[in-house]
Design a protein. Structure first.
Length: 188
C-alpha cells in the first residue's frame, strides 16, 4: 500500500465513523452544541456526551466535541478526497511515479515531485491523519501505470512494422484454415 492508498483508507474510516453518529432527525440535521457545563447535545435535544458526577467536563472538552460534529467531519473528508483526486499518479509519465497535482517545470515539463510518496500535499494530509514515521517507512512505493503498447493495431501493418525495424514477430501459421478451404497443394 502506498501513501495515497493509506490516506484514502484513513478518510474512509473517518467518514464511516462520522456517519455512524450522524443524527439526521428533523429539523436540525445533526448540529451539535455544548451546554457549557456537562453535556454535548444535538440542537434538537438528544444528549450525545455527558459527564457523570458533580464536576463539570474538562474545560474545552465539550466545545471540542461539539466542533467536531459529523457534518464538519464529513466536510473535511470531502476536502481530503478533493486533494487526493488532484494529487495522484500522473498518467503523462508512464515510466515513473510522478505526482499529477504538483505540476511540472522546464521545457520538458518534468514533474515537480518525481515520487507520489514524496508529494508535500499528501505528506501533510497523512500527518493530519496521524501517520507515524514507522508507518511511512513501511509503505510501498507507488507503481507506475502499465505503458500502453505502441505500434499499429492491424496485424498486417504490425508485421510490416516489425520487419522494417527488425523486431521479432509471431510466425504465421495456416493450421486454423478450415478443411474446405485447403487446396490440393496445401501445406500446414
Amino acid at each position: 500500500m502506498d501513501l495515497h492508498t493509506w490516506i484514502t483508507q484513513q478518510v474512509d474510516y473517518a467518514e464511516e465513523t462520522a456517519r455512524l453518529v450522524e443524527d439526521r432527525s428533523a429539523p436540525w440535521d445533526g448540529q451539535w452544541m455544548a451546554d457549557g457545563n456537562s453535556a454535548v447535545r444535538t440542537v434538537n435535544g438528544h444528549v450525545l456526551f455527558y459527564r457523570h458526577g458533580p464536576d463539570p467536563l474538562k474545560s474545552g472538552l465539550a466545545d471540542h466535541v461539539a466542533a467536531n460534529d459529523p457534518a464538519t467531519v464529513l466536510r473535511r473528508c470531502e476536502a481530503d478526497r478533493r486533494i487526493l483526486a488532484r494529487h495522484r499518479l500522473d498518467p503523462n509519465f508512464p515510466y515513473e511515479t510522478a505526482c499529477y497535482g504538483c505540476g511540472t517545470y522546464g521545457d520538458l515539463d518534468l514533474s515537480n515531485t518525481d515520487n507520489l510518496n514524496d508529494c508535500p500535499e499528501l505528506l501533510d494530509l497523512a500527518h493530519a491523519h496521524g501517520i507515524t514515521p514507522d508507518v511511512l517507512a513501511g509503505l510501498d512505493q507507488p507503481q507506475s501505470p502499465e505503458p500502453k503498447p505502441r505500434g499499429p493495431a492491424d496485424p498486417l501493418l504490425a508485421g510490416i512494422f516489425a520487419r522494417t525495424f527488425g523486431l521479432p514477430t509471431k510466425p504465421i501459421t495456416t493450421s486454423d484454415v478450415p478443411e474446405a478451404l485447403r487446396g490440393p497443394r496445401w501445406k500446414p
